[in-house]
Design a binder for this molecule. Structure first.
Ligand code: HEM
Length: 467
């Protein structure tokens, strides 16, 4: 570990709350976060005090410092009960991040309860991630089928046309994947998926949508307790029988949010990388190196850009500051990847990119669903490039609209002009047809099919644009 973590001259300084702090979430951060990170690094070094929507926090910008925090869960635990200011009632009641952190699911929790919960997550995800398992094979097949249906729908206007690949492909596809994982009975799932979308967009209808969504997930959880199936909630319950309905719906909400937002961002970013004139990306896609392209994409544009907070157990020196016990520490993976300590060692001309990046986290709390997320995203991107022979951005790269929250960064929309390939290529051979079952809630895109459509499908159909 770099000696700059523990030695050097950490100046005596006033407590975090008394410092004069630069607000992090500015228009500049939304447009060019790299500039903000570099300025903070110049002024403060590898750890900077910032104002996060009215609350003082430490932002970790250095790669070595980020690793130090992520790897040492005992010294830098998660768990809101470890946050001094929160325990002392000093957080503003209307702090915008309060509700999402208070949910306190596996990503946020610390303490003893967490360990059993994380172990149960690992067990419950395994059948969907282990390629030898029938559940994993079925999920791949369903993902390919969903991707094909979405492509058929978005191209209904003609052989060539315009589309917003974010709204019409990258975002709905992972929602559909999440719905397979959750094993919703009947057609109830589509309304829940639309509600998840409303929650993520944080528009005026987000509040009621969240309430409906939590209600639907609690209902689903109660159903799985009575009638377990081959799905994530049933596997999680089997691995952690102590979970109550409310605990379970919190975990399901986390799965739905993480899958739909982050996998969607990964798909869009990979598509941009492949069509933005980066020859090596396109070449590596056609050479079947899609996972390699994705590795480079998550490294350059991590979907989860700042991690949830940790709190040191004792006063600890990090970078040029002493972090007081119980101060909130936000690891910024976006900034850590731009740290010359890391970026200078990455060779941009190599086709094989480093795995030493932090886009999936590091240490004991790293992402347990990396394989599942990469597999779903790579199936989606492969189907797009198989089915569409031409794909061009309809906006210059530097004008693509981004949306940022304190946690994520992704494209708001991905406007493209497409040309359909001559004959639709079949899904890959390793994706066997799913078991015969009627298409759920109108998800078939077969021409002339006039069954009633689900709300998600009707919404997607309304987005189809002509030439
Ligand atoms: C492109 C997609 C994804 C990315 C980039 C991603 C990234 C991450 C990262 C960086 C962490 C660590 C956060 C931290 O240390 O504070 C994490 C944790 C986690 N992720 Fe993912 N993730 C993705 C998809 C998913 C999916 C699809 C699921 C669920 C099916 C999932 C489940 C989790 C869970 C449960 C944790 C918490 C682990 C713990 O604290 O022990 N992730 N993810």
């Amino acid at each position: 570990m770099g000696s700059h973590l523990s030695s050097g001259s950490a100046a005596r300084h006033e407590p975090l709350e008394a410092m004069s702090l630069e607000p992090l979430m500015t228009t500049e951060y939304e447009r060019r976060p790299a500039l903000v990170f570099e300025r903070l690094r110049r002024i403060h070094g590898p750890v900077a005090p910032v104002d996060l929507l009215g609350v003082p926090v430490w932002l970790v910008l250095g790669y070595e410092e980020a690793l130090e925090v992520l790897r040492n869960d005992h010294e830098w635990p998660k768990g809101l009960e470890n946050w001094r200011a929160r325990e002392e009632g000093r957080l503003p009641e209307d702090w915008p991040l309060g509700p999402s952190l208070d949910v306190n699911h596996v990503l946020i929790q610390g303490g003893e309860g967490y360990r059993n919960l994380r172990a149960a997550w690992d067990v419950a995800l395994k059948p969907f991630q282990d390629p030898r398992h029938p559940q994993a094979r079925q999920l791949r097949a369903k993902t390919a089928r969903d991707a094909d249906e979405l492509i058929t729908l978005l191209s209904q206007a003609g052989r060539t046309g315009w589309a917003d690949l974010s709204a019409q492909f990258s975002r709905p596809l992972p929602l559909m994947v999440a719905s397979h994982l959750l094993g919703f009975p009947g057609s109830q799932h589509d309304d829940a998926l639309m509600d998840m979308w409303r929650v993520l967009d944080a528009g005026p209808d987000a509040g009621p949508a969240l309430e409906r969504l939590l209600g639907a997930l609690a209902e689903l959880g109660a159903w799985k307790m009575k009638k377990p199936g081959d799905d994530f909630p049933s596997y999680l319950l089997a691995a952690h029988p102590g979970l109550g309905v409310e605990d379970l719906s919190r975990e399901l909400m986390m799965l739905l949010g993480m899958t739909s937002d982050h996998v969607g961002i990964l798909i869009s970013n990979t598509v941009v990388e492949a069509i933005s004139g980066n020859v090596s990306a396109r070449a590596s896609l056609s050479a079947g190196m899609i996972r390699e392209t994705m590795n480079r994409v998550v490294m350059q544009k991590p979907p989860l850009v700042n991690f949830v907070p940790r709190f040191p157990v004792v006063d600890t020196r990090l970078g040029n500051y002493t972090i007081a016990a119980g101060d909130p520490v936000w690891v910024s993976v976006g900034a850590a990847h731009a740290d010359p300590e890391f970026s200078d060692k990455v060779c941009p001309s190599s086709t094989i990119s480093t795995r030493a990046h932090l886009a999936w986290g590091a240490g004991p709390r790293q992402c347990p669903a990396r394989e599942l997320a990469t597999s779903a995203a790579s199936i989606g991107v492969s189907r797009l490039f198989e089915r569409l022979s031409g794909l061009e951005l309809s906006l210059p790269m530097d004008q693509l609209p981004w949306r940022s929250s304190p946690f994520m960064r992704g494209l708001r929309s991905l406007p493209v002009r497409y040309t359909l390939a001559d004959a639709p290529a079949a899904p890959p051979a390793d994706a066997p047809a799913p078991p015969a079952a009627p298409p759920s809630s109108g998800q078939s895109a077969a021409a002339g099919d006039d069954r009633p459509r689900s709300s998600l499908w009707r919404y997607l159909a309304s987005l189809v644009r002509g030439r």
